[in-house]
Design a binder for this molecule. Structure first.
Ligand code: ADP
Ligand code: MG
Length: 709
């Protein structure tokens, strides 16, 4: 049924005549409204259904990728129990058989049933005159359709669109076939046919939605290659094109922001070093060379009238807080307020106490301001009545306009990855354009720094303070904790403190409280005489503070906690970090947890408890952790294991939805996108030209981040 009017990407699916009401509903519930929404939905993978050898041609000892039909299946017992599936060529029930055997994989029996088609990959071996494959890789082909298809036929709806494909072109077989994430209420086959038909009816000449990043590779052609590539190479090429488009959108926004921010006239907030020298003289240690370099870089920014927009990056324990404090002292001395914004109340309290201690005897005022404090009115009165320079420590409550201190010269945002880009923006763009320093302990590969923080200048603390105790990391089975307990006993006797961290199993208040309390009881029965604290996410801010304060003051010796201790907490006397079910944490998270120890001069121990066995999922990251202490190396591994999108969390990183993750780590794409963005903004800084209008909407937020073109 050819369409009268050709389709465009922004044609609403409602206006696609041949689409059934039921399918339209299914698509809409999946959030797909327009033709472009469907066409920009990337195949999850492809199946190469072009070649499959007939079973009669198989040769002993060779490895094959085959498409086969299941004729019988069942358990077999010989010297070992195994599940055997007899397969043959589809549509040839009396033809040759191949016997697939799975040993020690009982779940296979649940996945395979007679009548299914399988895609298998494995090595053929002739045994007792039979063709066999032991533990082959397999995939049930279009399993997701089977039930639906039967249902549809049962309901008398036999006219599946796939069968009405014009031009004899095959959509589902005999080609490289796209496989998508399932849309509920729609069989994979129907969805694939839909994509095929939309592409068929698409207008000849269409422009990409926002900007054409690759004019020599027509957008329409690229869409075709993305969904129905003629060869693997085509799909790679198409993905690259769309990855570049996505990367360009992201880099364009970053470039735009950077130019905006630089255009502001800021303040000069570093004039003299009196406080800085006083602090350094009072410190029991010297700043590391890296810290000094970072302070100098920050100082230069602050001394210039351009607003500072800098990222301070450093591995856990590298001493970022002190660098931030130096910057804040510079601001205060030049007559400005300086604010430190921490992601949690615990950290805000910690910074506050820390600063009070470090600045004791100096004539610098410090206030604490967090959302949980009930002293809003006092605080506001205090702030409005008195804008004398001081350091203010707080949580994100400080980000709200009404709480923002007047005369703000410098804002430091600790653990930036816990905040969103928009929150950072809100500070940068506030009234008098304060200098902004963001700090992060999430080490990210260099190309990504450019991607995520391309609008920031970067300082890196690439050196840990000297005199740190060694950190030993060990992986242990939780069934055998006798020696671990004995070791904990000896550390406690030596006066050290211990963290015990458990994952959040279920995200419900009752269960979190319960499992945390159960942990506490457990450890109380083991160390009945040791004072312990319990910290979990369901406590009030004041309760948490009290628990943290007691641990910091060494009044409690063990701290039983959920991940609230993950970031920033600094108790140098703690030497053991015991992590339950370590495999259920992310790699970077484990690195953060381990960063809580090894902060003093004592040797420290990170003990990972896990039942996982070598080769099992979740095990590899634990091995990585045992192998290295280097945060950058760990970040690289995390990227490799989980993929950048999952590591970074697209929401907070300001990436938007990432569909083509390749570009996140592809420096060439990033540089090219970066260059293209700069060229456009050089030529048309305000994006006034008509063909830049879509870009203008992009940066002003009118176009959703997810648009790819
Ligand atoms: P992070 O970079 O993880 O935020 P912190 O700022 O919490 O690290 O610092 C970790 C610990 O190192 C703190 O106890 C801090 O007092 C200490 N520290 C910071 N700088 C130095 C230094 N130059 N020499 C010795 N110890 C330092
Ligand atoms: Mg910190």
């Amino acid at each position: 049924m050819p369409q009268a009017a050709a389709l465009l990407p922004d044609t609403n699916l409602r206006d696609v005549e041949w689409l059934s009401e039921r399918e339209l509903k299914a698509l809409q519930s999946a959030g797909l409204e327009s033709v472009g929404d469907v066409l920009h939905r990337v195949p999850r993978r492809y199946e190469d259904r072009r070649v499959s050898a007939p079973l009669a041609s198989l040769v002993n000892g060779e490895t094959y990728s085959l498409r086969v039909h299941v004729y019988s299946a069942g358990w077999r017992f010989s010297y070992k129990k195994y599940y055997e599936v007899a397969v043959g060529d589809e549509g040839n029930p009396y033809g040759p058989r191949l016997y697939l055997r799975w040993f020690n994989m009982p779940y296979v029996a649940k996945l395979i049933a007679v009548g299914m088609n399988l895609s298998i990959y494995g090595r053929v071996k002739v045994m007792g005159g039979k063709l066999t494959m032991a533990n082959p890789d397999f995939e049930v082909m279009e399993e997701e359709d089977a039930g639906l298809r039967l249902a549809e036929i049962a309901m008398g709806n036999m006219a599946l669109p796939a069968d009405a494909t014009p031009g004899q072109e095959r959509v589902h077989t005999g080609r490289i076939v796209p496989v998508y994430r399932s849309v509920s209420g729609m069989a994979m086959r129907s969805y694939r046919a839909l994509v095929w038909n939309l592409l068929r009816d698409l207008a000849e000449e269409i422009a990409p939605p926002v900007y054409d990043v690759a004019p020599t590779y027509p957008y329409r052609r690229a869409l075709q290659d993305l969904h129905f590539p003629g060869a693997e190479e085509d799909s790679r090429k198409a993905r690259m094109r769309f990855a570049l488009a996505e990367c360009f959108m992201q880099q364009f926004r970053v470039a735009w922001r950077r130019r905006r921010n630089q255009a502001h006239c800021g303040q000069i907030t570093a004039t003299s070093d009196g406080y800085l020298e006083e602090l350094q003289a009072a410190l029991p240690f010297a700043l590391t060379a890296a810290q000094q370099r970072c302070v100098a870089e920050i100082r230069a920014d602050m001394a210039s009238p351009r607003p500072m927009n800098r990222l301070l990056q450093g591995d856990v324990g590298s001493g970022k807080t002190l660098v931030a404090l130096c910057a804040m002292l510079l601001a205060v001395e030049s007559g400005h307020m300086a604010a430190m914004i921490a992601p949690t109340q615990i950290l805000a309290e910690q910074h506050y106490h820390n600063f009070c201690r470090l600045l004791k005897g100096m004539d610098v005022r410090i206030s604490l301001r967090t959302g949980a404090r009930a002293d809003d009115t006092d605080y506001l009165a205090e702030m409005s009545g008195d804008s004398a320079p001081r350091i203010i420590v707080g949580t994100h409550a400080l980000l709200y306009k009404k709480n923002r201190p007047a005369n703000l010269g410098l804002a430091v945002i600790d653990e930036q990855h816990k905040f969103g880009v928009m929150q950072r923006e809100s500070f940068i763009n506030c009234g008098d354009h304060p200098d902004v320093l963001v700090m992060t302990a999430t080490p990210i590969p260099r190309t990504l720094t450019l991607t995520l923080y391309g609008d920031l200048d970067v300082s890196v603390i690439d050196e840990l303070p000297a005199g740190r105790g060694e950190i030993i990391t060990a992986l242990r089975n939780p069934d055998n904790t006798k020696r671990i307990v004995a070791f904990m006993r000896s550390e406690l006797d030596a006066g050290r403190q211990i963290y015990i961290v458990s994952p959040l199993i279920e995200d419900s208040e009752a269960s979190e409280r319960k499992s945390a309390t159960a942990q506490l009881e457990h450890w109380k029965s083991i160390f009945p005489d040791e004072p312990m604290g319990l910290l979990h996410g369901r406590m009030s801010a004041d309760e948490k503070d009290a628990v943290m304060a007691a641990f910091r003051a060494n009044e409690t010796h063990l701290l039983i906690a959920t991940t609230v201790v993950e970031v920033g907490v600094d108790v140098p006397n703690a030497t053991i970090m015991l992590i339950n079910d370590a495999d259920s944490f992310g790699l970077s998270q484990l690195h953060q947890l381990r960063g809580r120890i090894g902060r003093g001069s004592h040797k420290s121990y990170c003990i990972l408890l896990s039942k996982s066995k070598p080769g099992e999922p979740g095990r590899e990251k634990l091995e990585v952790l045992c192998r290295t202490l280097n945060g950058f190396e760990i970040a690289e591994e995390d990227f490799r294991l989980r993929g950048p999108g999952d590591v970074l969390g697209t929401e907070q990183s300001g990436l938007g939805a990432v569909r083509f993750a390749e570009w996140l780590t592809d420096a060439r794409l990033i540089h090219r996108a970066n260059r293209d963005a700069a060229q456009i903004l050089d030529a048309d800084p305000e994006l006034i030209l008509p063909h830049h209008h879509a870009l203008r909407s992009l940066v002003s937020g009118e176009i959703a981040q997810a648009v790819v073109g």
